[in-house]
Design a protein around this ligand. Structure first.
Ligand code: SIN
Length: 303
């Protein structure tokens, strides 16, 4: 039987499959579909200090093999999320990761400090890469200097492991990754969505009020895989790879280029039990290829 466990250095996961922020609600919604304990971990939908309505509709638009979203990080705010986490933790032992957001650096640090203090929370993921908050898709992860300052400020306020989620829309994602790890990130997760555009020929207007939106799904997998490989070649902290994973083989591809674990996102909308299926498929695929331990293939791409 293959060993799917993953040692992140600061924590061991039973397997590399983590559900991605914004695609798995607050966990509770998925309890009817499978036993969440099957997962390596889950990331909750991003959270700000206060409740937030998000962007006006439409918020989703399908593309061939992909999904554009412009949700705008709608959420119930930190106080309500603490209650949700307590309820969720009472029903599952899966490690819970809080996706931390902020309108500015101080808010990021404040939200991170709140959830760092919650014993039910295993780790924090700093969402510095959402393209749907500011017009034009700007976010802190586009700039290495801003990323460094922000990560240091947050690290000063937290005791839990800090994952920093990077943007594929940065001109130099490797430089931003380096800034994040040098500033104290315990792990990196990438990639968030690619900035895209959908237009309506009838109205001659963009589909989304914010004009640009974030593209995810199978369409981005080869692009994401390249960026994960580039970052892994320089990273000295664990990397969590994501982008268009729909099956166990996709997940193993990210591990082959150096990822320690993976996040599964858009496929959860099509198949709410996809993450559980992917855990089984990884095990089957490892048996088929006679891989006993994920370390045998991690970063072993021969190129
Ligand atoms: C959104 O809420 O608009 C997407 C979240 C993200 O890209 O981080």
């Amino acid at each position: 039987m293959a060993d799917l466990s993953v040692d992140l250095g600061f924590r061991t996961l039973k397997n590399p499959v983590i559900t991605a922020s914004g695609t798995f609600g607050y966990g509770e919604e998925f309890l009817p579909f499978f036993d969440l304990d099957i997962l390596g971990a889950l990331v909750l939908k991003g959270i700000f200090l206060e409740p937030r309505p998000g962007n006006p509709p439409p918020r989703l638009h399908e593309t061939p093999a992909g999904l554009l979203n412009s949700i705008g990080l709608a959420g119930p705010g930190s106080a309500a999320l603490q209650e949700i986490i307590r309820r969720l933790h009472a029903r599952t032992a899966v490690p819970i990761i809080v996706n931390v957001c902020g309108e500015n650096d101080e808010e990021f640090a404040e939200v991170a400090a709140i959830f760092s203090g919650l014993e039910e929370v295993a780790m924090l993921e700093l969402n510095i890469s959402c393209p749907n908050v500011r017009k034009g898709g700007a976010c802190p992860a586009q700039d290495a200097g801003h990323t460094a300052r922000l990560v240091r400020q947050v690290k000063d306020r937290v005791r839990k492991p800090l994952i920093v989620k990077l943007s594929p829309n940065a001109a130099d994602i490797v430089a931003v990754a380096q800034a994040a790890q040098d500033s104290g990130a315990d792990a990196l997760s990438l990639v968030n969505t690619f900035l895209g555009l959908a237009v309506d020929l009838e109205t001659r207007r963009p589909v989304f009020a914010n004009v640009y939106a974030g593209l995810s799904g199978p369409a981005i997998k080869p692009l994401a895989l390249r960026l994960v490989r580039e970052v892994c070649r320089r990273a000295y902290v664990p990397v969590i790879g994501m982008g268009g994973i729909t099956c166990g083989r996709d997940a193993l591809d990210f591990i082959l280029v150096g990822a320690s674990a993976v996040q599964v996102g858009t496929v959860n909308f099509r198949d709410p039990a996809a993450a559980a299926r992917i855990v089984s498929e990884i095990a089957l695929e490892m048996d088929r290829l006679n891989i006993k331990d994920l370390a045998e293939i991690r970063g072993k791409l021969q190129a």
